[in-house]
Design a protein around this ligand. Structure first.
Ligand code: AHG
Ligand code: MN
Ligand code: MN
Length: 336
């Protein structure tokens, strides 16, 4: 009798194909985008890992290499992603945190029916202190008529996303994504250069252990936000105190909360009246993932995924994480 030699090793490529097979009408274009992003992530991981070396090398050169290296890494990551996806014939447009305007697919490439929005390097101010950084991406389907993309194709509410994901360049490199069928995590095995399924069907605990907020802005918050943060700290006796954990890389803070349960808050403040985080390529993709994992995300008055965008780089206040803790925010921030 032939022994079943099926391996338990599931590469991201195999997983994407198996997911695609669940949809007979699938054309494989979305799968192709996810492959390309997985490749781009490996290339960015290499650059991020070498940043320290660049610093050391930089120490023999000009003092500002580190600063340039930081900006360079944002730009290098941006270019890696664009070059990985622009020729596959699956996209009609892109938008990046690093570029002011919509990025059209070069004329000599076939256009597709999807749009890709991304933050190529999130938390980049942390590169020089070796703190985890990330990449965030969001995929929308073109809605405007004709082959050429319109800005309206990018300015869709988050519930229209067909896929979203992030990569965290931490102690290991992980890619986490959803296509609306749950959240799945893959860990890069650098010895073979493959992302392997390590966290199938990720679920965020209903109540959080961690509170992630930059308390330096406390005096700039509204009083209801201050009262909410006091609730999470256990100061009004209505909720057990959460542990404070704030890395300053949204992807790293979100990933820890996804695994352990938690609440990340970046409220509006007098310095950033609309909040700091960008709706289209930071808030929306992580909100899609969080909801798919059983969590929630609001801007303080409404569900993040329901917000109708008006500008490519618009910002939003952000409360995301464990469902019970977001519900506390809904209750305490509701207009009186
Ligand atoms: P980016 O590096 O892409 O600009 O994002 C940085 C963001 C986010 O990663 C993080 O949560 C936030 O900035 C931290 O902001 P503060 O330093 O103001 O807390
Ligand atoms: Mn960012
Ligand atoms: Mn960024």
């Amino acid at each position: 009798m032939v022994k079943n030699t099926a391996t338990s090793v599931v590469t991201i490529e195999r997983y994407i194909i198996e997911q695609e097979r669940l949809y007979p009408e699938a054309t494989g274009e979305l799968s192709g985008i996810l492959y390309d992003l997985a490749l781009a992530s490996k290339m960015i991981a290499n650059k991020v890992r070498l940043a320290g070396l660049a610093d050391i090398l930089g120490a023999q050169g000009t003092d500002n290499v580190q600063g340039e290296a930081q900006q360079k890494l944002d730009v290098i990551s941006n270019d890696i992603i664009k070059k990985a996806v622009d020729h596959g014939g699956r996209l009609c447009a892109m938008a990046s945190e690093e570029e002011d305007d919509m990025i059209l697919i070069p004329d000599h490439f076939k256009r597709g029916k999807y749009c890709l929005l991304f933050d190529p390097l999130d938390g980049s101010s942390n590169i020089d202190v070796n703190v985890p950084v990330g990449t965030i991406f969001s995929v929308l389907k073109k809605t405007s008529p004709g082959v050429e993309a319109q800005l309206s194709d990018l300015l869709q509410p988050g519930y229209k996303q067909v896929a979203a994901g992030y990569v965290i360049y931490g102690s290991s490199t992980m890619l986490v994504y959803t296509t609306g069928q749950g959240v799945h995590g893959f860990t890069l095995d650098p010895s073979i250069g493959e992302f392997l399924l390590s966290h199938p069907d990720m679920r965020i605990p209903a109540s959080g252990r961690y509170l992630s907020v930059n308390e330096a802005y406390e005096q700039h918050w509204t009083e209801p936000v201050r009262a909410l943060i006091r609730r999470y700290r256990g100061m009004d006796g209505k909720r057990a105190a959460m542990n404070g954990r704030y890395i300053g890389s949204l992807v790293a803070d979100f990933h820890r909360n996804l695994l352990g349960g938690g609440l990340f808050a970046y409220p509006a403040n007098t310095k950033s009246p609309k909040g700091k985080l960008r709706l289209l390529y930071e808030c929306n993709p992580l909100a899609f993932i969080c909801e798919q994992a059983g969590g929630a995300a609001i801007d303080g008055t409404q569900r993040i995924l329901d917000i109708q965008p008006t500008e490519l780089h618009q910002r939003s206040p952000y409360f995301i994480g464990s469902k019970n803790d977001v519900d506390i925010a809904v209750e305490m921030l509701r207009a009186p």
